[in-house]
Design a protein around this ligand. Structure first.
Ligand SMILES: [Zn+2]
Length: 412
């Protein structure tokens, strides 16, 4: 097991003239900066510590929804004690957290790449570059996302990710976005590689992935999709509805069959009409989770607010990031397809079709704070607790509690 500490530079969240104020933070009245100072990002530090006893001394940790002045002891990457005063023995490493805030590390369940690499095309070294990017942006749990591709490519890439997960415990599952999707709502997916739902085919991917595929997007209107969804459920794979042109009834039947979420809500799905819910409306009406790409571009900030008002704790922040994330504008690829990034917006080259985002999770959290006008501790739920609940990781990550992984963001 590993303890991961994500140390952020001073004043990333509190990039204001006011000094951070613990009480105001806890009340939710603190002026959390809506503007993250991007120049700070390069100063991130990352420490990875194996198998050690560590005590984090004198930090202000977010416990439940309150900031608490406390010590935290971790052993082999798990939190073993949270108490006002923990006295470390000689072998124990001590991390001085005086005047620092300790938050749970972020969870990103839907991301295709960053730092110039893409999970559909990267080799192991390239994938490590993506992982280092996440880690330097506060992500403690990630589901690398492989999109529709040729069978041999999907198998090769999920096998590589499964191998990499032995060195990177941040990888707690693989998200397979395709290939069982609608050609009418394929977005940036290669249309010719889409397939009809097939359990045999899914199990081929799953074997290559050593069982690590934990989340999959399915279009429920495809032939056999509903029994396929319920079988995936039996295999403990979380099904998300997306890249779908289904009517509202079909989307609701998919929920009854066991689907639990909606992939990048509002994007690549049939929309709400006064006479038919569509997939988007079924997402709003249901108790299922909805993913949101929190970049203010894929979903308008006002619609984000509407969605939050409707979904509350069932809303999940995702980046859906592609390889240009962390880099500048220019020409890139998404799963091998040419993409142009202009002003941080990724489009299939020569079109206005979006091809993922260039959002990082840390910026996504900051956007959530500013667009929803929420205190940081509540905005954090979209990036910690809520996604952890969807994929059954609540007992391990998402909050700071005894028994959970000691993955933190330290800042201040
Ligand atoms: Zn995606």
């Amino acid at each position: 097991m590993v303890t991961s500490v994500y140390i952020t530079p001073k004043a990333v969240f509190y990039y204001t003239k006011n000094k951070p104020n613990c009480k105001a933070f806890a009340r939710g009245t603190c002026n959390v900066a809506s503007a993250i100072d991007k120049t700070c990002l390069k100063d991130y530090n990352y420490n990875k510590r194996y198998g050690q006893m560590i005590v984090y001394k004198n930090g202000s940790a977010l416990i439940g929804d309150k900031l608490v002045k406390t010590d935290i002891a971790a052993n082999h990457g798990r939190i073993i004690e949270i108490a006002p005063e923990i006295v470390p023995d000689e072998q124990t490493e001590v991390v001085d957290c005086t005047a620092r805030y300790i938050l749970p590390a972020l969870v990103d369940l839907h991301t295709h790449g960053a730092n110039g690499y893409d999970f559909n095309t990267a080799d192991k070294e390239g994938m490590k570059k993506i992982l280092e990017f996440y880690i330097s942006h506060g992500v403690g749990t990630v589901f690398p996302t492989v999109m529709t591709d040729a069978d041999e490519v999907i198998c090769r890439q999920v096998a590589l990710i499964a191998e990499l997960s032995r060195d990177y415990p941040e990888i707690k599952g693989i998200n397979l976005e395709g290939p069982f999707l609608s050609s009418e709502k394929c977005g940036a997916m290669p249309k010719q590689l889409l397939q009809q739902p097939s359990m045999d085919k899914f199990l081929t991917y799953q074997r290559a992935a050593e069982g690590k595929i934990k989340l999959i997007t399915v279009a429920p209107e495809l032939p056999n999709a509903l029994p396929f969804i319920s079988e995936l459920n039996d295999h403990k794979v979380t099904v998300s509805i997306g890249h779908s042109n289904a009517d509202g009834d079909t989307a609701q039947r998919a929920l009854k069959a066991g689907a639990k979420s909606f992939t990048h809500w509002g994007n690549a799905m049939s929309q709400l009409d006064r006479l038919d819910l569509g997939v988007a409306g079924a997402g709003l009406l249901s108790d299922a989770f909805c993913e949101i790409i929190a970049d203010g571009k894929h979903v308008h900030p006002d619609v984000f607010r509407l969605l939050y008002k409707n979904k509350g704790d069932k809303l999940i922040g995702i980046t859906d990031s592609m390889m240009a994330t962390g880099l500048g504008d220019g020409d890139y690829t998404l799963a091998g397809t040419a993409v142009t990034v202009q002003n941080g917006d990724a489009f299939l080259k020569g079109t206005t079709k979006r091809a993922g985002s260039t959002l990082d999770a840390y910026q996504g959290l900051a956007n959530t704070v500013s667009m929803l006008n929420l205190p940081l501790n509540r905005a954090l739920n979209l990036w910690t607790v809520n996604p952890a609940r969807l994929v059954g990781l609540s007992d391990l990550v998402g909050t700071i509690a005894v028994g959970k992984h000691a993955d933190f963001i330290l800042f201040g």
